[in-house]
Design a protein around this ligand. Structure first.
Ligand code: ZN
Length: 140
């Protein structure tokens, strides 16, 4: 059988509402996988931003508060960062650097393969802003 490798790309625009925010984007990713028609491969989720991140984990109101509390504790705003002299958002850059601006997830049998408590999350550290999320499904 001759199957050809394909790439299906989609770009989404998301308005964040506060300085720190966790937004569940699982449905967008699942829609992209469905639209692609790709049965086996992987999906790349990327934010072209230096003060936001992509992560995979549970989305439940209390744990979401915990994520934000952790980010504020580990990457405190205004803690004497040099970049704050010009932009006032060094904490957001460092959180984005450490947590990461992309994730890759498997696509199996035409579906996003994820655990029950695994949601794809867009993390905002310097909102509110208009954010772009690039979703690329690769495979056959
Ligand atoms: Zn900056």
């Amino acid at each position: 059988m001759n199957v050809s490798y394909r790439v299906h790309s989609k770009t989404y625009s998301i308005e964040t509402r506060s300085k720190f925010e966790v937004i569940r984007i699982t449905e967008l990713i699942e829609n992209s996988v469905r639209e692609s028609g790709i049965r086996s491969g992987y999906v790349l989720v990327f934010v072209p931003h230096a003060t936001a991140a992509i992560a995979v984990n549970e989305y439940e109101p209390r744990i979401v508060e915990d994520y934000i509390a952790w980010v504020k504790k580990v990457f405190p705003a205004g803690a004497g960062w040099r970049h704050d002299e010009i932009d006032d958002n060094a904490h957001a850059h460092i959180a984005s650097l450490v947590i990461g601006q992309s994730r890759v997830l498997p696509v199996l049998e035409g579906r996003l393969a994820r655990g029950t408590w695994q949601e794809v999350l867009l993390l905002e550290f310097d909102g509110p802003r208009r954010r772009t999320v690039i979703v690329q499904v690769h495979g056959v």
